[in-house]
Design a protein around this ligand. Structure first.
Ligand SMILES: Nc1ncnc2c1ncn2[C@@H]1O[C@H](COP(=O)(O)OP(=O)(O)O)[C@@H](O)[C@H]1O
Ligand SMILES: [Mg+2]
Length: 332
């Protein structure tokens, strides 16, 4: 059963910005689905349309069997939406915030105290429940945000960049929480992220979004498996385009992409191909500063489908003048 069906959705803002130009994907009930893309790709705009907070300019979407345009109220009852910026009152306690939210979501009055108590327990905030939110750590605040989206027991939960700003440890703890939420609540989770690793580790399936359109959708491991061979990143002294042309003529090279001051070549067997690649470049008078060999990652999937690299801070590269030391193993 599909929990979310998105068909050629688009959005042009009043100021003329085409934030979303062509977004289609489907999410099965019970999945954790990730919308992965750099800042400005159109992720929040897409989620806002699916939350009925923004009216699509074209295309259609159904959530929990209801159309976002013709039955917005029906959609709203069945979703929880946790925005990129937290909506909690920092001068209230965790319990007060959840109680207010339960009233706003019209949870039956007799159920509120019990439901708030069990949500607090369930997200590990029982002890901190009566403390002001501004004394909470980043991870505690984010868990409270998520609980806020669950008070009315929705079928589908949207989380817009749930781990942005969290340190890596808190981030992976939250991944574990989200997996547990999905499992125990039979919930469908749609989240957005600009962390490749998050999409890889947490999501059952992902759609990669670039400049307002979905370029590919699938299971992370399948997407990586479709990219054959190894990626060899050659950092060169200059004349990147010429170097790329040289490599394209080589039989063992499957694909070549220029990426700033580097050339990324996909080959069947990285270790055996590297010497030949370096020799070919040096014969053409192009010096090689550094070579990195890697198995295809989601980064390579992104590069393959968009023609540009996804950097560690989540920005798609717009220019090709990036500094030479930018490519390290830490980006994978
Ligand atoms: N309310 C708005 N009015 C006009 N342009 C907007 C608005 N919200 C976002 N945009 C623009 O739409 C594009 C996509 O933004 P957004 O959906 O927030 O991307 P993401 O969440 O992937 O970072 C960006 O160019 C952004 O500046
Ligand atoms: Mg956003």
């Amino acid at each position: 059963m599909n929990a979310i069906v998105v068909d050629h959705l688009c959005k042009t803002y009043r100021n003329g910005v085409d934030a979303v130009t062509d977004v289609s994907f489907t999410v099965s009930a019970g999945e954790i689905f990730g919308l992965l893309g750099p800042n400005g790709a159109g992720k929040s705009t897409t989620v806002r349309m699916l939350a009925t907070l923004s009216v699509p300019s074209g295309g259609s979407a159904q959530v929990a069997g209801r159309d976002v345009e013709s039955d917005a109220a029906g959609v709203r009852r069945r979703i929880g939406y946790v925005a990129q910026a937290s909506g909690v009152d920092r001068h209230g306690t965790g319990r007060e915030n959840l109680t207010l939210q339960a009233h706003l979501e019209r949870v039956p009055k007799r159920d509120i105290a019990g439901r708030v108590g069990s949500l607090l327990e369930w997200i590990g905030l029982t002890e901190a429940a009566d403390r002001l939110v501004n004394t909470y750590s980043g991870g505690m605040k984010r868990r409270l945000d998520i609980a806020m989206g669950l008070v009315h027991e929705p079928e589908v939960l949207y989380l817009d960049e749930p781990t942005t700003g969290l340190d890596p440890e808190t981030r992976s703890a939250l991944w574990a929480d989200l997996k547990r939420i999905r499992q125990e609540r039979k919930l469908t989770v749609l989240l957005t992220t600009h962390y490749l690793e998050e999409a890889d580790q947490l999501c059952d399936r992902v759609a990669i979004i670039d400049r307002g359109r979905v370029v590919i959708e699938g299971v992370p491991s399948d997407l990586k498996a479709k990219i054959e061979g190894d990626s060899v990143t050659l950092n060169v002294e200059g004349r990147t385009s010429e170097g790329a042309s040289v490599l394209r003529t080589m039989e063992e090279v499957l694909e070549v992409i220029e990426d700033g001051d580097s050339i990324v070549a996909r080959v069947a067997h990285g270790a055996t191909a590297v010497p030949a690649l370096i020799t070919a470049l040096e014969r053409a008078g192009i010096g090689v500063n550094a070579v990195t060999l890697s198995r295809p990652s989601l980064d390579d999937v992104y590069l393959h489908y968009t023609g540009h690299r996804f950097t560690s801070n989540g920005m798609a590269e717009q220019n090709h003048q990036a500094p030479a030391n930018r490519r390290g193993g830490d980006q994978r």
